[in-house]
Design a protein around this ligand. Structure first.
Ligand code: NAG
Ligand code: NAG
Ligand code: NAG
Ligand code: NAG
Ligand code: NAG
Ligand code: NAG
Ligand code: NAG
Ligand code: NAG
Ligand code: NAG
Ligand code: NAG
Length: 489
């Protein structure tokens, strides 16, 4: 039995300053009997396998909402409106181009367009949703031209090419994955046209693999097969474990030290030769509960949630977006927001005890200390969702406020004047007030219409290309959020 040694564990601890890093298997898995013959050991292994494989189920759900073959881009040409399309909690900022990546038979040559001053990002994800590489206008790897993407679990991420025709080589830890290109738009007709042109400049060319593999081509129809989707006959844990069995043997962890113990733990969970059989005496209902428990347990330890100011927090960069050995946090973030990017690209600050409901005569005031510290090619937004997780309908057709809105300072001048980017900064306020309670005219530009008559909602704060001042450095003072009486004329 291969075990993660104490030496490995302490190395990880030293490198991360997080006192409770778990580089080993799931809680209770280590130091059980070495043959894993006890039910406790098998149950722990089952809990881990569910936690580990869950993102594959999310991958499958995505393939059902976007019907496209592998290695072909599906461009979203428009932002979703309030008319309840397929995606919950849609963003109001970027258009996606999605590709279900299959590197088992071919390498891919991909052209990355020049985004200029616009936010654009090529985030590469492995089969488990690890954002292992980014190329784009807010990251260190801001390059354009042709790149070579290939399955190479020994050289993960970006490297320089010896061939002059490639601007870079991207090594994927798994043969299957996702590319989810995001390009920002202000949602005007003219701006959408520009984004469409950028989308159309992206080309995908399969070329013969440098090394042959015996990995099968990625057959997406598995995600629509009985037994692999939740139905009256198939529970979520069963579907997750069957998918994990189908893919895990040749889609291995990005962290090479984890590969032996993960393989062994999956076997102890009943996964063998591509098939999952429930180990005798184990309890399938307990697996999702255990996944949730172990995630919350870890998150409650210091070092995983970083407090900023005025009640705002972010998930620590050590795991966010690219989860490495934090399998329980990978499960958690997959549930929370599948295909999150690393903090180099974006941060999503949240309020731990946020207000999520107002009365008909109430509003929420966001008091910004000044413009958020964002790169020139970045953007920020505050987007509102109703109880149903979709945009809140309103006469202004406004679902978000941010740097592309006509926000005003209290003296009426624009926070982001288009003709002069070098204006003085200062405090400004946003108002989240029910859609049926119109504020005085000077608030119109800074008004985010909430549910008519008051009610429940949630909001997402997005900072793409955030400077360090927005992160752990903490020098930017985050907005103070308070409930106030409606502001009326
Ligand atoms: C984008 O613009 C279209 C057309 O004006 C509108 O229907 C849609 O609601 C807008 N979407 C967002 C997210 O603002
Ligand atoms: C191809 O195989 C060689 C020899 O086995 C290995 O050194 C190299 O890393 C492999 N390259 C890729 C891209 O997998
Ligand atoms: C690639 O080469 C450039 C220029 O020689 C160098 O600055 C950069 O650090 C290299 N990148 C990687 C990932 O090795
Ligand atoms: C999934 O299966 C259903 C029923 O067999 C079929 O109607 C649907 O088109 C399939 N969807 C995909 C994405 O294959
Ligand atoms: C699933 O179960 C529900 C409730 O028992 C039933 O109404 C429905 O017909 C079943 N669906 C299928 C496909 O068997
Ligand atoms: C299985 O686990 C669930 C959740 O912990 C529990 O409610 C249920 O009683 C367990 N079933 C058995 C047969 O132990
Ligand atoms: C997950 O655990 C947390 C903390 O114990 C609990 O508040 C929450 O309800 C659980 N969620 C689910 C879906 O079980
Ligand atoms: C901002 O104001 C300009 C000029 O009045 C207008 O053309 C534009 O549509 C406004 N933008 C938004 C997002 O409301
Ligand atoms: C609107 O005017 C009032 C009164 O002068 C001021 O307190 C408030 O900050 C202004 N609102 C905005 C968004 O500038
Ligand atoms: C912006 O204003 C500051 C202070 O007046 C000045 O030092 C700086 O050069 C200006 N930058 C640009 C891009 O105009």
């Amino acid at each position: 039995m291969l075990r993660c040694s104490l030496a490995l564990l302490s190395l990880v601890i030293a490198a991360s300053t997080h006192p409770t890093v778990r580089a080993c298997g799931p809680p209770g898995y280590e130091n059980v009997d070495t043959t894993c013959s006890s039910t406790v050991c098998k149950q722990n292994a089952l809990n881990f396998a569910y936690t580990y494989g869950f993102p594959i189920y999310s991958y499958g759900s995505l393939t059902k909402s976007i019907s496209v073959d592998t290695n072909e881009l599906a461009h979203a040409r428009y932002l979703q409106g309030a008319d309840q399309d397929n995606i919950v909690r849609p963003n109001a900022d970027t258009l996606y181009s999605t590709m279900f990546v299959d590197l088992s038979q071919n390498d891919l040559e991909i052209t990355v367009p020049d985004f200029g001053d616009r936010f654009g990002d090529f985030p590469f994800y492995d089969l488990y949703g690890n954002n292992f590489a980014n190329i784009g206008s807010v990251v260190v790897n801001d390059l354009t031209g042709t790149i070579l993407v290939r399955y190479d679990k020994d050289r993960i991420g970006l490297s320089n090419s010896t061939k002059p025709e490639y601007a870079a080589i991207v090594g994927s830890p798994t043969p299957y994955g996702i590319l989810l290109v995001r390009i920002a738009t202000s949602n005007t007709t003219a701006d959408l046209d520009e984004v469409h042109q950028l989308q159309d400049q992206i080309t995908i060319t399969p070329i013969p693999r440098s090394n042959s593999t015996n990995i099968p081509a990625f057959d997406l129809t598995i995600f629509n097969r009985t037994g692999y989707i939740v139905s009256n006959e198939t529970s979520l844990p069963e579907a997750v474990l069957r998918l994990t069995a189908a893919f895990a043997s040749y889609n291995v962890p990005e962290v090479s030290k984890d590969r032996p113990w993960v393989a062994e733990t999956l076997e102890n969970a009943g996964i063998k030769d591509g098939v999952w059989t429930q180990p005798l005496g184990t309890n399938l209902t307990a697996a999702p509960i255990a996944a949730n428990d172990s995630a919350y347990q870890l998150l409650s330890q210091p070092g995983y949630v970083d407090e900023l100011s005025n009640g705002w927090s972010i998930y620590d960069p050590i795991f966010m977006g690219d989860f490495h050995s934090y399998y329980q946090l990978r499960w958690f973030i997959t549930v929370w927001g599948y295909l999150a990017v690393t903090p180099e690209v974006a941060i999503y600050p949240f309020q731990l005890n946020g207000i999520e409901e107002v009365g008909a005569d109430q509003a929420i005031l966001f008091e910004f200390s000044g413009r958020p510290a964002i790169q020139k090619t970045g953007f920020w937004s505050l987007t509102l969702y109703g109880e149903n997780q979709y945009f809140v309908p309103n006469n202004l057709n406004r679902f978000t406020l941010g740097d592309r809105s006509n926000l005003t300072f209290p003296d009426g001048s624009l926070v982001y004047p288009t003709d002069n980017e070098n204006t003085t900064d200062g405090p400004f306020q946003l108002l989240l007030q029910p859609a049926d309670v119109k504020p005085p005219a000077n608030w119109t530009s800074n008004w985010l219409p909430g549910p008519t008559g008051g009610g429940a909602f949630t909001y997402t704060m997005r900072f793409y290309g955030a400077e360090d001042a927005m992160k752990e450095d903490g020098s930017y003072v985050y907005p103070k959020v308070t409930v106030i009486d409606n502001i009326t004329g």
